[in-house]
Ligand binder design. Structure first.
Ligand code: SF4
Length: 432
């Protein structure tokens, strides 16, 4: 072996991007590359990008310009960019001539084919090193790519294209392989995961995938995200309630609590429909949790419309709210409308919602104080074991024993809005 190839992989964005980045790393590891956190030491630089908000796009642009000098240096190295930043490839090639290749989101086949060529053309004579993909307790498994909706603010659907569901056998085989490598939990991913299968001829739906994955021996927990209020069915709710290894932690994006704003967002449901869904979810899975996504400062959002969102948050009492201040994304319908909520007002609304949610999450979690709860331990952080409850809440505890990948019973001694702490009192004896 004359050299070991090193790669630097930079990733930002949603869980789908995390899953893609993981697959890229696996592909490179299996080819014998070694990961490095230092771009200067890398032969191959890969950026897996996100442009869902202006701040994410700014980070991508910053990273691209910081890596540019490396391409001008004496060392022969390649720079590839993939993810949602990659829209019009010809324009990007013109604007960023120092980038060797662009790949659309999740185009892992395209990346692999390009790597084949790049290795032959530029690296003849270099051999690989050891495979170094570290097994993870909780893994992400895409079940569908793209989205058939056209929410007026969303760049993701434009960049990722029409929905394409993976055949159920392929998903099951993926999960089996991950479990064989030590995974205890999988999260099934789709931009609109509830719409899984609508593009398949055989009538498979997400409930069928959950049942199939649930039958895999050795798997302790299954999650899925992100749900869309338009596609969620009673059959799916009933399936989640009936399958003990499927965690009742719902990720149901509402985006706004005002019907007019929802209409202009192109979401295809009303607040009433959302309320009804929440009611049915809670009836079926009373011990579950519901998280949501909300955009504040959407074009034209009045103070009264924002108040409607606050009202919905107050009455629904979500466990977690991912809050984003609206930023126009070029190419979307909403970007053609005046971005007429000032940055100050957006920030004020974001903070107000955040404070409300912090109070609600604190109150919800405080009810768990003193309870003993099941935690799947997925790592360590600052000397403490870290894991998640079935409802996807973060729990820390201290113990000398090795708990990685195991299910601990933790008695909660402190709760806060974002995490909880406790003492381990035992292990869950067998799979649920
Ligand atoms: S459902 Fe809407 S927000 Fe979600 S990916 Fe599809 S278009 Fe974008």
């Amino acid at each position: 072996m004359s050299a070991i190839l090193r790669y630097y992989l930079w990733n930002i964005g949603c869980q789908m991007n995390q899953a893609d980045a993981r697959h890229v790393a696996e592909e490179l590891d299996s080819r014998g590359y070694r990961a490095t956190p230092t771009p200067e030491r890398a032969d191959l630089l890969i950026l897996n990008t996100c442009v869902v908000r202006q701040s994410a796009e700014d980070r991508v642009l910053g990273r691209l310009s910081s890596l540019r000098p490396l391409k001008a240096g004496p060392r022969q190295r390649a720079l590839a960019v993939m993810g949602c930043f990659v829209g019009d490839i010809e324009a990007l090639q013109r604007d960023y001539p120092y980038v060797d290749a662009f790949f659309r989101p999740s185009d892992l086949d395209g990346l692999a084919a390009w790597l084949d060529r790049w290795e032959v053309e530029h690296l003849w004579g270099l051999a690989g090193g050891e495979v170094s993909t570290a097994p993870q307790v909780a893994e992400l498994v895409p079940v569908s790519y793209g989205c058939d909706h056209r929410c007026t603010y969303c760049i993701v659907a434009l960049r990722r294209g029409a929905q394409h569901s993976r055949p159920i056998d392929e998903v099951v085989a993926d999960v089996q392989a991950l479990v064989a490598r030590g995974a205890r939990e999988v999260t099934l991913l789709g931009q609109n995961v509830d719409a899984y299968g609508l593009d398949l001829a055989d009538g498979t739906d997400l409930a069928a995938v959950l049942r199939a994955v649930h039958a895999i021996e050795g798997l302790a927990r299954i999650r899925f995200l992100t749900s869309h209020p338009r596609e969620m069915t009673q059959a799916l709710i009933d399936t989640v309630a009936a399958l003990p290894r499927v965690c009742p932690s719902w990720e149901l994006a509402v985006q706004s609590g005002d019907d007019e704003v929802l209409r202009r967002m192109g979401r295809g449901y009303t607040v009433e429909r959302f309320r009804d869904l929440v009611q049915r979810i809670r009836a079926a899975t009373p011990d579950g949790s519901i998280n949501t996504d909300i955009i504040v400062g959407f074009p034209g959002e009045s103070e009264a419309q924002f108040e409607n969102t606050l009202r919905l948050v107050r009455e629904t009492r979500f466990d977690l709210v991912h809050i984003a201040a609206y930023s126009p994304r070029p190419g979307t319908v909403a970007a053609t409308w005046p971005d007429d909520v000032s940055p100050d007002v957006k920030e004020r609304r974001r903070l107000k919602l955040e404070m409300l949610q912090e109070q609600i999450a604190g109150e919800i979690n405080a009810q768990l104080l003193g309870q003993t709860i099941e935690v799947l331990v997925d790592g360590q952080q600052r000397g403490r074991w870290r894991g998640r409850t079935r409802t996807n809440k973060l729990v820390f505890f201290e113990a000398d024993e090795d708990w990685l990948g195991r299910m601990a019973l933790v008695r909660l001694e402190w709760t806060g809005p974002w995490s909880m702490r406790g003492q381990v009192v035992g292990a869950v004896p067998s799979m649920p």
